[in-house]
Design a protein around this ligand. Structure first.
Ligand SMILES: [Mn+2]
Length: 288
């Protein structure tokens, strides 16, 4: 397994200085930096090339995280919106190819966070699957895996447990469309996190890790040793990426609904210390 973190841990807004963040996560000991997929389509060829070179020098793998906005919803009843969603995901994958990033992960089957104004699940599934088949063709051509994130009931109605995620992927029917399981969401929805991982098996393309309140692994009470054992039992050898959200204030806190400080008012050095400890803890628990 390769260990990583989402870029946004240190910030209050959905942006960062990638050169600095790549260096930092590499120094901390991570193998993966998960970047914001929307940023890639805003970068120039030069910026993408620099990012690719820096990652290569540091030996970092880059994955890309996406939660499309409502006007790019693959499950929308409006064909123009679905079309915009398909081209957006394809543009992102083309940019990912330029930085040699091979995993697009997140709730790309619809939009995030869901506002629950329309909850026609049957229709949404049909439209999303048919659109995803087109995305899958481009993913196959570019050699990129699209990992569909199973969320919890407060963030989507489309897929909220591992079984629904598996069924969605089976209906799309591409080897490049697989599952992203996230311990935070699983803790809300699954009977048993480890059993869900065993069900997901070879369909799992990506893992997000975080405690029940989205603190760093080791700061709470999720059964990390069992989770690690389940991942090893299914032969999982891809990315295990932390998605920690500890800081109050700003757009990230608003979107994630962090309404109090969860960091004990940490400064940057303390945040570095927490995540380094968490990485050591997780590696220990996952190889126990
Ligand atoms: Mn996640």
């Amino acid at each position: 397994m390769k260990f990583g973190t989402l870029y946004s841990y240190w910030g209050h807004e959905w942006k960062c200085d990638y050169a600095r963040t790549m260096k930092k996560v590499s120094d901390i000991g991570f193998d993966i930096l998960e970047v914001g997929a929307p940023h890639l389509v805003e970068m120039t060829e030069n910026e993408l090339n620099e990012m690719k070179c820096t990652a290569k020098e540091l030996g970092l793998t880059l994955t890309a995280n996406i939660g499309p906005s409502k006007n790019k919803d693959l499950a929308s009843a409006d064909p123009e919106i679905r079309k915009a969603g398909i081209s957006y995901l394809i543009d992102i994958m083309k940019a990912m190819d330029k930085i040699d990033s091979r995993s697009l992960v997140g709730a790309m089957y619809s939009f995030w966070p869901c506002d629950f104004q329309i909850i026609d699940k049957k229709g949404a599934w049909e439209r999303s699957i048919s659109a995803m088949k087109e995305v899958a063709k481009a993913a196959e051509d570019l050699g990129i895996e699209c990992c569909q994130e199973v969320l919890n009931r407060y963030e989507t109605y489309i897929m909220t447990d591992c079984e629904e995620g598996i069924r969605y992927c089976e209906l799309v029917g591409s080897k490049n469309v697989n599952l992203l399981l996230d311990t935070f969401h699983m803790n809300i929805e699954e009977d048993n996190i480890s059993e869900a991982i065993r069900k997901g098996g070879s369909r799992i393309g990506h893992i997000h890790v975080g405690e029940a309140n989205r603190k760093l692994p080791g700061m709470g009470s999720l059964p990390w040793r069992e989770i690690g054992r389940a991942l090893r039992d299914v032969g999982y050898d891809k990315g295990v990426v932390m998605e920690p959200f500890l800081l109050q204030d700003g757009k990230i806190a608003e979107d994630i609904k962090v309404w109090r400080d969860l960091s004990n008012h940490a400064d940057e050095d303390m945040l570095d210390h927490y995540i380094k400890e968490s990485l050591q803890f997780l590696k220990h628990e996952f190889t126990f």
